[in-house]
Design a protein around this ligand. Structure first.
Ligand SMILES: [Zn+2]
Length: 356
């Protein structure tokens, strides 16, 4: 168990996050309000709603239970989409994020009401940008394609359509969803197009519950980062390749426990891979569904792996270096980040830091 004091301390530590799904990071009170307003079949009191929407904190790992928490029928108007995005991004303040590449799946926001996908995408950006500005968070976005939700031709035309909205805040494309039944190879056409267009970089969920061969497949499709990639630990050649080519793993301790991808957090690959020099980053994945916060994963990494203050700074610098922004943007971000970390060290962390 983390003490309230350490949890509080890690909440104040400035963080760079590369792997967080908006659909898994909703502000729960806002979602409850929207669900009630739209007369959806949900519990009438908030605690029961919370129980139904979140993964139970004391539950054993359960991949299907985890997935069952994602729903996309909440919205009845574009205003609902705007509101849930705005309130959710505002709620990220509790983790003191400094920079985020927030991913979302326009199809999930649009499918129930058949909203225009480009319009929904622009709206999410508008709401997210406004909220981020208000809490002093720097934000960029990744567009998620969810395996199995639609066929490949549909994904290709959606990708083409979204290119037309031409928003510089979108910096990448992500492939998520059921990696067991939809291997990376099936999406070659999509990622070939992404690579040829040179507009966006790619990150692919791979090696979360599949062998490292799927990570190699993702690399063949020009993935510049890998979502989870826990099975990298079984493949020394892959570890070397990721290190030499600075392809980062976006790792998520609590999420991996709940889905059963890595059941013993003490032995989570983040620790040995980090010490081998493989670029790893620390992320939350779906904090609301997981009933957790990114700050709690920091606490776990401190307690279980013995990560120090300097280790956490290193992990965050790796995240900056492997983010999808330009080199000059990275430099500016890094300078600002180091300043924020300096402030944290001077003010928040004194006098009783367990991490020195
Ligand atoms: Zn994910």
């Amino acid at each position: 168990m983390q003490t309230a004091e350490t949890k509080n301390l890690w909440s104040k530590f400035p963080k760079i996050e590369l792997h967080r799904h908006l659909e898994g990071a909703f502000d729960l009170k806002t979602l409850f309000r929207i669900a009630r307003k739209n007369k959806l079949d949900v519990p009438v009191d908030f605690p029961s709603f919370k129980n139904e929407f979140q993964f139970p904190k004391d539950s054993d790992p359960d991949f299907h239970l985890f997935l069952s928490k994602f729903k996309n029928n909440w919205y009845r108007s574009l205003e609902d989409v705007y509101t849930i995005t705005y309130e959710s991004v505002k709620s990220f303040k509790k983790d003191n994020l400094f920079y985020i590449e927030l991913r979302f799946n326009p199809e999930s926001f649009a499918i129930f009401n058949n909203f225009d996908r480009a319009e929904v995408t622009s709206l999410v950006l508008e709401a997210g940008n406004k909220a981020a500005l208000e809490i002093g968070l720097k934000i960029k976005y990744l567009i998620t394609f969810n395996r199995g939700q639609r066929d490949l031709d549909y994904f290709l035309s959606l990708y083409e359509k979204l290119l037309t909205i031409n928003k510089p805040e979108i910096v990448g494309v992500d492939l998520a969803g059921d990696e067991v039944n939809y291997p990376v190879k099936q999406f070659t056409k999509l990622f070939t197009a992404v690579n040829q267009d040179r507009r966006y970089k790619a990150t692919i969920h791979a090696g979360e519950v599949t062998p490292s061969s799927e990570i190699w497949e993702a690399i063949k499709l020009h993935a510049a980062r890998i979502g989870h990639g826990t099975t990298t630990i079984q493949d020394p050649k892959l570890q070397d390749y990721l290190t030499d080519n600075r392809i980062a793993l976006e790792q998520c301790i609590t999420s991996n426990y709940q889905t059963g991808s890595w059941r013993d957090s003490k032995t989570h690959p983040m620790n040995p891979l980090y010490h081998k020099g493989v670029p790893v980053t620390i992320n939350s994945d779906d904090p609301t569904i997981q009933n957790t916060e990114l700050s709690e994963d920091y606490g776990k990494a401190e307690k279980l792996f013995g990560f120090t203050f300097d280790d956490f700074v290193n992990l965050n610098l790796t995240a900056i270096q492997t983010s999808f922004i330009t080199s000059s943007e990275k430099e500016t971000l890094q300078n600002g980040y180091l300043e924020a970390v300096g402030d944290f060290k001077e003010n928040a962390a004194q006098p009783k830091l367990p991490i020195y």
